[in-house]
Design a protein around this ligand. Sequence first.
Ligand SMILES: Nc1nc2c([nH]c(=O)n2[C@H]2C[C@H](O)[C@@H](COP(=O)(O)OP(=O)(O)OP(=O)(O)O)O2)c(=O)[nH]1
Length: 180
Amino acid sequence: MPPPGLPDDLQEFKAGGSGEWFPAAEIRYYTNVFLVQDDKLLLGYKKRGLGIHKYNGFGGKVEPKESTMDAALRELQEEAGITAPLIHAGTLLFVVPGEKWAHIDIFRAEEYTGTITESDEMRPEWFDTNNIPFDNMWEEDRYWLPLLLSKQHFSGRADFEREGEKYSPKKWWIGIDSTT
Ligand SMILES: Nc1nc2c([nH]c(=O)n2[C@H]2C[C@H](O)[C@@H](COP(=O)(O)OP(=O)(O)OP(=O)(O)O)O2)c(=O)[nH]1
């Protein structure tokens, strides 16, 4: 059974952790873009802000009156210097008690135009898809990134406890959309 906040028609893929899901809160929208070419994945090393010193896709907050797609394209341009046709890969709810829920629309791109460029926020780096730096990423990314790579549409939720800038995973659930 999917946790609160996710659609009902999901097939469980990975779940773990313990305790209760944190209570509902207001939702804030984010984007995250992963570029995949052959057996290579482009990640960015985050130099500031949420997730500092972790590798992640390129993305950020959706601004008021901006569509999610426009936000994803803007962040990809700002953080990696490129533009790309984006395919919706899945969604993730990232929950921290006492904070707004982050609803993250996650996109995959397979081609791009422009020159991959380091920005103030991200240092881009290519990784082999069988050598992804999961130990230096958000904890639950290891569970859903394989679904992004295998082109299976997913939805997930991950609840974290926060102590200062340290986020510890508490409970997570990742499902595959049964229509894919
Ligand atoms: N892969 C992954 N990404 C996550 C998780 N949680 C989470 O917020 N993110 C992403 C969503 C966004 O792409 C990014 C956080 O956005 P941000 O705070 O850098 O937003 P921004 O670029 O608008 O920031 P700023 O300009 O205000 O500094 O981290 C997670 O658990 N896994």
